[in-house]
Design a protein around this ligand. Structure first.
Ligand SMILES: [Zn+2]
Length: 301
């Protein structure tokens, strides 16, 4: 069976990232230049360019279908972009409403955020929204229960790379593993970000961040693809994440941010689009499906 790749896009703009929260407060968001629409369109066009052609020009065996976790704040202002994503055949899912970390929200506010962002997206696309990704992967086991309680079918917020200070922690029971997903209850799954697990004869096993984002921009493609191959060999599926602003080298600069924040955000922006193109080309024999399609397939098998 062909391996599966799940490309996931967190739809937020350059001024909404956790990295710059200190310098760009929520109350000022409306005053900044929106670049997300143009950048998301570039991604949609890229994914469409890999769809099978009717003639012999066929480059790929399957259509490229992705999951777009969209910020409610943006969806409210750009409903046409949400509808466009759906019309192009991709899954629309929630990235929360205003990008607050789930681990810092009260139970009540978290619930409101999960319900509001879900309802807003569902009203826009007139279809159910069943997936959620927490801002900055801020997840915990008790938060999963709240997400499930708000009517979602799955969460995709767990990044097992333990060295990042903001990423949340989850206890996953390997007995419940189905493909790369974990079944938490009859109707609720976790679909974690893929990372590269390696063995070291001295210190045992360790994890390298291999799921996308800044690490995708930082690691040379020749090495990155080997890691992905390694994951596919083991898991037969790989989940990748990125943001529309990562293909936008001309975005305004936040000069007052710390050097580490700037490094993380701006490193190799110029190269991402081409690298992503090479990534899809290189793994052209894989199936590129949305998280929901993947879970439905797992349930059937
Ligand atoms: Zn985000």
């Amino acid at each position: 069976m062909n391996s599966t790749i799940l490309i996931t896009i967190d739809v937020e703009d350059w001024f909404q990232v956790e990295n710059f929260k200190k310098y760009i407060p929520f109350s000022t968001w409306s005053s900044y230049e929106f670049r997300v629409e143009k950048n998301t369109h570039r991604l949609l066009d890229l994914f469409d360019s890999f769809n099978p052609q009717p003639a012999a020009l066929k480059r790929h065996a399957h259509k490229v279908r992705c999951t777009f976790f969209i910020l409610g704040w943006l969806a409210e202002r750009l409903p046409h972009l949400v509808r466009e994503i759906q019309a192009r055949g991709h899954e629309v899912a929630s990235h929360g409403f205003d990008h607050n970390l789930c681990t810092e929200e009260s139970n009540h506010r978290l619930k409101q955020d999960l319900l509001d962002s879900k309802k807003l997206l569902e009203d826009i696309i007139s279809a159910p929204v069943t997936g959620f990704r927490a801002p900055s992967f801020s997840i915990r086991n008790d938060i999963l229960k709240v997400i499930e309680g708000c009517g979602y079918l799955y969460d995709s917020s767990f990044n097992s790379f333990a060295m990042h200070d903001r990423y949340g922690k989850l206890l996953l029971n390997s007995d419940t593993k189905k493909g790369i997903s974990y079944q938490f209850s009859k109707n609720f799954f976790e679909v974690p970000i893929s990372n590269l697990g390696l063995q070291n004869p001295f210190s045992g096993s360790f994890t390298l961040p291999w799921g996308g984002g800044a690490y995708f921009r930082l690691i040379p493609f020749s090495i990155f693809k080997r890691g992905v191959n390694n994951i596919l060999k083991k898991e037969n599926a790989y989940l990748f994440y990125m943001h529309p602003w990562e293909i936008d080298p001309d975005q305004p600069r936040v000069h007052k941010a710390s050097s580490s924040c700037k490094f993380r955000h701006y490193i190799n922006l110029k190269k991402t689009f081409l690298k992503l193109t090479r990534f899809i080309e290189h793994f052209g024999q894989c199936r590129f499906v949305s998280c929901r399609q993947y879970l439905d397939k797992i349930a059937d098998s």
